[in-house]
Design a protein around this ligand. Sequence first.
Ligand code: NDP
Ligand SMILES: O=C(O)C1=N[C@H](C(=O)O)C[C@H](O)C1
Length: 267
Amino acid sequence: MNRIGVFGANGRMGQALLQATYQDNNSEIAAAYVRKTSDFFGINVGPIIGVNDIEQTFCALEQTNCTNVDVLIDFTLPQGMLVHLAYAVANQIPMVIGTTGLTAEEFAKLQQAAKTIPIVFSRNFSVGINLLLNLVQTAAKTLSDEIDIEIFEAHHRHKIDAPSGTALAIGEAIAEAKGWDHNEVARYERHQDHVAKSQNEIGYSVLRAGDIVGEHTAYFASIGERLEITHKASSRMTFAQGAVRAAGWLKNKPAGLYDMQDVLGFK
Ligand SMILES: NC(=O)C1=CN([C@@H]2O[C@H](COP(=O)(O)OP(=O)(O)OC[C@H]3O[C@@H](n4cnc5c(N)ncnc54)[C@H](OP(=O)(O)O)[C@@H]3O)[C@@H](O)[C@H]2O)C=CC1
Ligand SMILES: O=C(O)C1=N[C@H](C(=O)O)C[C@H](O)C1
């Protein structure tokens, strides 16, 4: 059994991760971590995820009874993730990370940690998006440089980072296929520009509304035709099951930075 510790266990993804771990035949919930200040601290996990045959309570990292974990999973916020990462490094525990919105400095810390522990970091753990990352590279390589490339993403009203980690991963994959520096071609803002778009740019647009789980479209448009490659997630269980799969894959891997494409064998 892969004994999994879930950080941010009370969050939207945290609860989905507990469910996915519980449902996976090769995994079990070893720890459901919340902040000590959380309303969930000390209450039973079972009723929260709709099962009655587990006895764990939501616990805090500071507690010694939250140990004996094979793999840690983090879908929180960058600030929390870095604290959790330090704990994983100090205790030499492999880690699966889905937290998005990292700065370059925060990502550099993750890369540094991966020199001592194995880490799977992915901005989207769904199979579909990981296939889409390959499809957009094929489109970018095949279509002429005169094509306009734009990325649209839509998420629920609570999401705080924008563009989404997935949208940026799509843009970076396209830039790599084109041989462009993503930082130079990414265009996040057109408000009050009053200039037509230039070639060799990747424009991002963002929608936040209601309970949208996650939608992404890459547009490749020229005069007379347009290719749109779209992925729509309708359940967070898709991401959670991918992360639990990654945790199983990671368990006995050497230190290094991996992603979901490695887990799926797409590379
Ligand atoms: N890679 C992927 O496939 C996916 C990634 N995500 C990403 O996962 C992250 C979480 O999303 P979601 O579940 O919707 O968010 P929620 O707001 O529902 O949950 C966030 C969780 O993180 C905890 N948290 C926040 N800050 C800290 C901190 N400083 N220390 C410890 N814990 C902290 C919160 O605890 P508290 O309640 O106490 O504030 C909460 O449990 C986001 O970055 C999102 O983009 C989401 C879906 C898929
Ligand atoms: O915050 C979310 O909900 C999601 N975040 C990830 C992202 O930023 O790309 C993945 C998914 O789209 C859901």
